[in-house]
Design a binder for this molecule. Structure first.
Ligand code: GLV
Length: 329
């Protein structure tokens, strides 16, 4: 019987990442790559000291209690709302995420979605593919101006700042933002961003991009009341998390043209999508792919693996969420 520590990789990763982990551990994999239910995950984690998860796996108090040998949970994502971090911390289990390596790639995608939404890219492509294009017209798929307009950002962490820099420096946009805490003056100057309260952000933005973490506090941060405060010409982009936007209220606002358009990469209850969003034309929908370039997804998987290797072989942490628990288990 092997004396090497055992770990589980809850979802498929790149072969080189698997190979790197196999140099140190007995590695159990989920070759079907289906998201594991809490009970499947608990069963697969018996006798395991580490697990690599994605946003699809929930790690909560019940799971941690059912897996007394577990020492580290390493998420392949910067967001970690799938973790009950206080419960994981209380049990002395180290948790890690994958910050930084995805910042610029995710900001690129935020901008792609903003452009696609404002310039009605997918709506016009569907029209063309359906064979409906039989003449050119001056106002055909005329959308909203991006260059020189006002870019609003809700949530000004690393990704929000990277989007602000693209807007300000690349597209000559006026950037306003709201965040739990105001940025220091140097960072505001680098991003050419002005702090405003949420009401002014909603009222003033031509394009509003959501980049805040999901929590009980940010649940439905954009609902019917907030949508009603936005300009009827405004676009809304959500690359943060499902649940930050009230999707049912958004579908109504889009259908009634209370805002012009939305671009959504994340959804409440994904991979299910609110059926009303599928029938409104003025929305661009993508399946949670903001960080999905090959290089970045590899970097994220490598970083999660590095967290597990460093912690289990040397007691070191790379990008911990709760460094205070190191060594407790
Ligand atoms: C993706 O959504 C992430 O949090 O990395």
């Amino acid at each position: 019987m092997s004396t090497r520590p055992s770990i589980l990789i809850a979802r498929n990763v790149f072969p080189e990442v698997l190979a790197k982990l196999r140099e140190h551990f007995d590695v159990d994999t989920n070759d079907e790559d289906n998201p594991l239910s809490p009970s499947q995950l608990a069963a697969r984690l018996q006798g395991k000291v580490g697990v690599i998860t994605t946003g699809s796996e929930r790690v909560d108090a019940a799971l941690i209690a059912a897996c007394p040998q577990l020492k580290i949970v390493a998420n392949i994502a910067v967001g970690y709302n799938n973790f009950d971090l206080p419960a994981i911390t209380a049990a002395g289990v180290l948790a890690s995420n994958t910050p930084d390596v995805l910042t610029e790639t995710t900001a690129d995608f935020g901008f792609a979605l903003l452009l696609a939404t404002a310039r009605r890219l997918t709506e016009s492509e569907h029209f063309l593919r359906a064979g409906q294009w039989n003449r050119w017209a001056l106002d055909m798929f005329a959308g909203a101006e991006v260059n020189g307009s006002t870019l609003g950002i809700l949530g000004m962490g690393r990704i929000g700042q990277a989007i602000a820099r693209r807007g300000a420096h690349g597209f000559g946009m006026k950037v306003i933002y709201n965040n739990r805490s105001r940025l220091d003056a140097q960072t505001e100057a680098d991003c050419k961003a002005r702090y405003v309260d949420k009401a002014e952000l909603l009222r003033t933005a031509d394009h509003l991009v959501l980049v805040l973490p999901y929590s009980a506090e940010s649940h439905h941060a954009i609902g019917a009341a907030e949508l009603a405060q936005m300009k009827p010409t405004a676009t809304l982009v959500n690359i943060a998390r499902g649940g930050i936007v009230d999707d049912a209220a958004l579908a109504v606002a889009l259908r009634e043209k209370r805002i012009a358009a939305a671009g959504l990469d994340v959804f409440e209850g994904e991979p299910k999508v609110h059926p009303d969003l599928l029938t409104v034309p003025n929305v661009v929908l993508t399946p949670h792919i903001a960080s999905a370039t090959i290089a970045t997804r590899k970097a994220m998987a490598h970083l999660a693996a590095d967290n597990v290797i460093a912690y289990l072989t040397q007691g070191k942490t790379v990008t911990p969420l709760n460094p205070e628990v190191a060594g407790q288990r």
